[in-house]
Structures are given as structure tokens and as C-alpha cells.
Design a binder for this molecule. Sequence first.
Ligand SMILES: Cc1cc2nc3c(=O)[nH]c(=O)nc-3n(C[C@H](O)[C@H](O)[C@H](O)COP(=O)(O)OP(=O)(O)OC[C@H]3O[C@@H](n4cnc5c(N)ncnc54)[C@H](O)[C@@H]3O)c2cc1C
Length: 433
Amino acid sequence: MKDNPVIIAGGGIGGLATALTLHQIGVPCIVFEAVQEMRPLGVGINMQPNAVRELHDLGITRDDLDRVGLPAKEWALVGLNGNEIYSEPRGLLAGYNWPQYAVHRGQFHMLLHEKVVERIGPDSVRLGSRVAGYRKNSDGGVTALIEHADGSTSETVGALLVGADGINSAIRAQMHPAQPPIHWGGAVMWRGTTWAKPIRTGSSFVGLGTHRHRMVFYPISHPDSQTGLAMINWIAEVTMDNTEGWKQRGWFRQVGIGDFIHHFENWIWDWLDVPALIRQADSAFENPMIDRDPVPTWRDGPVLLLGDAAHAMYPTGSNGGSQAIVDARILGAAMIEHGVTQEALAAFDGKLCGPISQLILRNRGAGPFGLLNIVDERCGGTFDNIDDVISPKERTEFMAGYKAAAGFAIEKLNQAPPTIPHGARVRSMAPAF
Ligand SMILES: Cc1cc2nc3c(=O)[nH]c(=O)nc-3n(C[C@H](O)[C@H](O)[C@H](O)COP(=O)(O)OP(=O)(O)OC[C@H]3O[C@@H](n4cnc5c(N)ncnc54)[C@H](O)[C@@H]3O)c2cc1C
């Protein structure tokens, strides 16, 4: 088992960040990805400063990130007349040593894939190869059971198996056969991108409405130098009765604008025309807000869950993609300390499973959008002077409470040493036991 690679199930953001990390620290790996062709799927996603720091440490530069997104400058909640309820700077402007990036999920994913192929080789990502399950071996290693797109099957022996196979993880289903089905709390998001003039700082996340009926939008490209238009990512969201469960097929599907625009038809003001923004989109996707109930462990001997397979969560804190990257780096750090061993997986699990599982549950609440609910209850969302509706002290205290719970900690991140010291390599592939 000494020279067997680490097998990674799933070539999404988490799986590819893991491959880049293992390569950086000298650990051979292979990624098995179910899809037959990598395509730039999805719309906007945020990379928080802690994840951007890790990306830079992986040699993914600002220029790389500027090709697929732009640094976020502001997070703002506004009333229905566009007047400000609350805003705060983001990334470098907030005092972090690293920017926050708003990126196109698909283009960012392609960037990671390009880097993996360039650094580890074209054979490092095996497409059309679904990992259906695993068998633990008596020598401490693992065998991955693979189903290929042509209908054939094969087995690959690895030192360890990392299940980075997303919210529908087959690895997790085997590890936790009694896990409840995917959890849907009733919110449905319709997402798309439209070329339009960015507002406020030019790179602001803007949210309006209420926790149960809202619109969120932010640019995910630099503006075109000729037209000034940027790619605006928008999320239109409504919470509905979920007592009968989700009736549509699948959790992510392309839909017609007519399927949902009626929820927002009268959201037209002099500063924002939501129906026009939606109608001008190339395409729209329906995406119920789903997550999974936490499980007590992400590890089964030589097998580990990471990214959405471990902790699919509501995007309330814009941190699902960021956490997948941080996971990859913490796994790398654990291997530097413990080798390519089950102890490394146990260290990872011990450090992250408890706190991140708490975050899943916390993200089910209104999070920072709770401020919108207060404003809605008190004045219906329209006001001239926000101080007449909710005092500066109450606003600040509300957001401070959220941030303390969500673990925003600028100084802590700025002062923390790199997760993986520059140039660190795993000394031995052999297990320590
Ligand atoms: C198509 C798609 C579009 C998305 N769009 C958005 C978006 O617009 N905005 C947003 O915030 N988040 C989006 N997400 C979710 C976001 O990317 C993840 O929450 C986050 O990046 C964590 O990534 P992950 O690698 O853990 O999981 P994922 O991104 O889900 O990646 C999992 C990968 O594993 C592959 N896979 C699944 N099962 C197996 C298996 N058994 N064997 C091998 N491979 C397998 C999948 O094809 C996928 O490539 C999207 C995810 C996907 C898959």
C-alpha cells in the first residue's frame, strides 16, 4: 500500500483543491469524476478571504482570479426604495490581508481543472468514472469501486479515499447508510446572470426584501471596458410550504423565466427593475435551498468526506465553496503532521466535523438577512431615514451577534501562520502504525 495514490472521488471545487494540495506536498493522487466532460456549470459563488489565502498559497494568483471574477468590496442590505439599511466593507477594504472574490462558479471550476491537468498531468482526472462505493482493505488501505460511463466497472486500490462527491455523495451514503434524505426547508432560489451596470461600489453584494421573499445580486466580472456592463449574478428567492416535500425532479434544473417571474413582477422601482434584470438573463436555474443533517463523523478508517459531501449547507453565509477549499488545505496540513495515514484523517475529522456541523444548523436561520425581516415588520421595507426604523446601535448589535456566531475574525486570520508552511512536503507515504 506504501506507494498507492490517494483516491479522490469527485472533481468539483473540493476534489480539485485537494488534488492541487496533495500534489504540492508530494502525495500522488487520482481524481475520479462522474461527468464525461468538464463544463463551466453554475453561476455566482463567493471565495472568502480565508479561501483566497489558500488559493494564493496554491499558486493561484490574483490575475488568475481576475479572469473568473472580481474582488468584492461591499456587503449591503437595502430597503425596497434602495435606501441603505446596513453596509460593511468586504475583503481588503474590511482589513483582511486577502481579498474576497465573487467568481463565476463554472469558470472558477475550469480554472482549477486547468491547473490540475497542467501540474499533475492529463491522466490525473479520470472523467466518466463514478465512484460507487469502497472496500476497506486489511493492510489499512482502501479499494474504490468505479462505474465507467461505458457501463464497465473497475477497482482501484488507494492508500486513502477522499469522498469529495458533493451533496449526493455515494461515499457518504455507504458510510452513513441510515442518514436522512436531503433536507429542504421550503426556500427555492432561481439563479441567473445578466449583463448590466453594477451599482453602489461597482462590486457590492446587495440584498433586499425579506428572509422569505428576497432578491440578492452582485457582479461576478470586471466591467467591460467599452460598455461598462458587468456580469451580474442574481438570486431570486421565495420560501413556500414544504410540508409535502419537493415535487420537482432533481435539485438543479434549467427553467423558463415564466416559471417564477410572477413572484417578482411588481419589484420595479426607479433604482432597480427586477423583472427586467431577470428577463435579460441568458438562462435561469431553479435550485431549492437544501442541505444535509450533520453526521457524527466524516471518517470511516481510510475514507474521509470533504466539501459538500461532508457539510452541504445553505448559502446564507456564502461559504460552501470556501469551506471546501479550506478543507483541502487542512487535510494537507494533517498529512504533513501525520503522513498519508488514517491518523491524518482522524485529525481532520476531529478538528472540523463538530464546528462545521454547527455552522450547517446555524445557516438554516435567517443569518444576517434577519435585519431585513425587522425592517419589513416595522415599516414594510420602505423608509426615508433608517434611523427612524431601527437605531444604529440595534443594527450594529444585530450584525455583531451574527458575526460573532459565524466566526468572522479578521485579526485571527491575518495573524494565523499559513495552513501549510511554504515548501512543506510529506516526509513518508508509509503509515505511522
Ligand atoms: C453543477 C453544479 C453547479 C453549482 N452551482 C452553484 C452555484 O451557482 N452557486 C453556488 O453557490 N454553488 C453552486 N454549486 C455548489 C458549490 O460548487 C459547492 O457547494 C461547493 O463548491 C463545494 O464543492 P464540492 O467540490 O464539495 O462539491 P460539488 O461542487 O458538488 O462537486 C462534486 C463533484 O463530484 C462529482 N460526483 C458526484 N458524485 C460522484 C461520484 N460518486 N463519483 C465521482 N464523482 C462524483 C460531481 O459531478 C461534481 O463534479 C454547484 C455545484 C454543482 C455540482
